[in-house]
Structures are given as C-alpha cells and as structure tokens.
Design a protein around this ligand. Sequence first.
Ligand code: GLN
Length: 496
Amino acid sequence: MSHTDSTSGALTALSIKALHQGITSGQFSVMEVTQAYLERIERLEPALNAYITVTKDSALHSAQTIDNRIRAGELTNPLAGIPYALKDLYCTAGVLTTAGSKILHNFISPYDAHVTTKLKQAGGVLLGKNNMDEFAMGSSNESSAYGCVLNPWNAEHVPGGSSGGGAAAVAARLTPMALGSDTGGSIRQPASFCGITGIKPTYGRISRYGMIAYASSLDQCGPMAVSAEDCALTLNVIAGFDERDSTCSTEPVPDYTATLNNPIAGLRIGVPKQFFAEGLNNEVGTIIQAAIKAFEAQGATVKEVDLPNSHLAVPVYYIIAPAEASSNLSRFDGVRYGYRCDNPNDLTDLYKRTRAEGFGEEVKRRIMIGTYALSAGYYDAYYLKAQQVRRLIKDDFVQAFKDVDVIMGPCAPTAAFKIGEKINDPVAMYLEDLYTIPVSLAGLPGMSIPVGFTQTGLPVGMQIVGNYFNEARLLNIAHQYQQLTDWHTRMPAQFA
Ligand code: GLN
C-alpha cells in the first residue's frame, strides 16, 4: 500500500480487530499502520493538543521489529502491531513522563509501568503520551501545565478530564486506543464528552505499578477506544495480578471477548432515581432515557433503584482524594527527580520554592485541603468520617445489586462545557463528577458508551455500572448496543 492521505485515512478508520486481521493476513504491515497514525498526528494533533510527547522514532523502530516478529510467528496477540497511546502518568522507560505537571517537566522514567510492559509484550506500538490534567486532578483538561486539550467535536469546548488527551486522540483517530486512569470519573467523563467508549474496571483489576499516584484508594487504569470490543481486547492484555501492586486482585481474568455476543434478553437494569434528579441537563436526560429504552426493546427489564447516600459522594470524595493526594505528592521535593528551583538558600527554601513553582493552582489547592483534613485534631472529623460515609455509599450499591445486574444512568450532568466556563468555580467543576464519583468510592466497574448527540452536535455518554469484577458483562452489554447503533463509529467532521 502507498501512503497517500486516503490510504492512511482508511487505515486509521479501522477497529483494532480489523487492523489485526489486516496485519495477520498480510493486507498491510504494522509499519504502514504506524506511519498512517504518525502522519495523522503530525497533521491534525496541533489542533487538539492531545499529546505531550509523540514517540515517532521508537514507534517506527518497534513497527519494524514487530512486523518481523509477526512474520516469524512469534507474536499472535490481537494487539500485536496495534498502535496505542498512554496517559502521561504511566511510566515509560526512556520516555518523558510528566503527569501533566511542570514539576516532572524533565522526568525520563527509568522503568516501565506494569501496563506499559504488558502492552509491549503483546506487541503494541506506542505512539506517544497523552496530555492530561495535572496529576489527574480535573474534569476538563484545563489544569495541564502543557495547555488545555480541545474537544474534537467543537474546539470551543473541553474534552473532559482528566484523561482528556487520550479521549480526544481516540475521537479524532489519532490512536485506536489510549489508556486512561480514573479516580473519580477521569475515563468515563472524557469518554462521554468525546463520544468514545471507556471502561474503568473494578478497583484492583489492573496493576498500578508505575502509574503516578493521585488517590491510592481510588485510582484505577482502564482503556478508551472506539468500541467496547476494542476495550475488551485491551483489557485481555492488561488485566490481572501483579505482585508489585499490593492492591492488585488475584481474581482470575476471563477472556473479555468470549461473552461479547451474549444476548441482552433477561438483563435486569437498575436506574437510580438520584441520577435523574436536579442538576441533570434535560437534553442529556432525554438521550439517556432513550438509550435505556433501546435495551428494554432488546428484552431487558428496568427497575428504579435507590442510592440514598449518593448525594454525599462528592463531599466525601473531596476529603479522601485530596488527603491521599497530599500524601502521595509529598515525594515531589526537588531532591530526587523533576523540577528544582534556582539557587535555593537552604533545604527548606529548596522544598518550598520547588513546590510553589512546580505545582499548578489546582494541585496546590488539593494539597492544602488534604493536609488540613489529615492534620492532628481534624483527622477524625474529616478523613475518618469520610471513610465511614464511603462505606454507606458502597452499601447502597451492594443493596441495589441484590435486585439488578447493572445500573444505568448519565455519565455526566451535561455534555462538554465551554473552555473557561468552570475553571474559576472549583465547586461547579467538582459537580461534573456527580454520577461517576459514587461508583469510584464503591470501587465498582463503570463504563461510558456513546448514546447520542445534543442539538449542538456534542456527544453524550451513558454510564453502565456493574457489580465487582463484572467487566465482561459490561463489555457484553455495550457491545450488543453497539451492534445496533452507530453513535460510537461517528467521527467529528474536521477529523473524518
Ligand atoms: N475530576 C475528578 C477530580 O478532579 C476526577 C479525576 C480523576 O478521576 N482522576 O478529582
């Protein structure tokens, strides 16, 4: 194949499954696929700012090696030769890893994260590192030290956050798959805002070794791609026990593609009344209701469920997440790695100025809230109390799952908002995660699938929440919906 625009356009429109078939049948090479993506990134990425680093040389080098290994029969994984991108908080040996922060502006990781290793072993081709909110704190990608990411559907709007770079890159077909991370909604909400499919697995499903920590009792890795099937293929590679992460589960990993075609009939859907109350944009609500109806038409039953403590989730999260962040971020001190201030007077001055100059506003705000909440005298009133309420929120879900198989509702209260609209109002920004945070606090798997568009052409995602380790069921349900609809395959006009 030649590398004309139309050819590269055709290759970058293919699903992971179709790419795999084309590569293994010799229809095109890994090199051709890689070049097609790199060409597209070069041409279109500047309009989005979705990548902090593009690893062009190493991508071309791996493409060559992987082509040879596939031909020699050494690599057979469905991800062999498939390009991918990583949120810039996954360590990649020899490649800049910034977490979206100035404090890591020069950090070349000496080792690979667990997921990086897994994707390498499967024969994936790393295209680069995606832009993100600084240390994954945010819902709009406006807190990155590397500038905001623009939404491919409308450049005046945010792509969501904090995995907004990956979500925008998938939506614009600047990668077929990107790994994001989700602490309170950071895979699901940007997937919703960008019209793509994303899944946050159960807490502990995927090792976080080598993933720069935000809030350790919540952080989870997960894939973002065009379809549920592509997410399933990715999860097959990255899920599973790793002894280097003590919170990683030993629960066996099923083949997530094996059950994709199971029927919907008999599925019991729970719809939490609290997710359709005040705060939800009407248009978004109507689109979500229509999607739920489509499942009913396939033989699912719908029942209202009660999550009486869900209104406490955002305040609880904004104690727990900043508390854990203040502890995790204490390691950035200018001594070991990353940014260091000029001419410090003494060690205290070095710490203070390095952190004052290296961290952005939102990160500092959270370190202050978190340090306060953990301090002697306040710990019991805030952190401990928040953990107690967290248990109540989790128990609500445990109760609900006695009667239903999955829970469906909106992913976010609105479609993508405008750049600048909420940046000076932290509380309005925090409320963006109203429906995703309860799921995170409970440690449950949740996904977002595209289910429609607003009048103004912005995508809307529906959240599907499953019981612990029921990722296969979520992917199955999403796949069935995607067999009957084409929301997920639509592309933003400018990038079609
Ligand atoms: N928007 C939420 C926050 O700022 C969630 C971010 C995330 O999931 N990483 O904390």
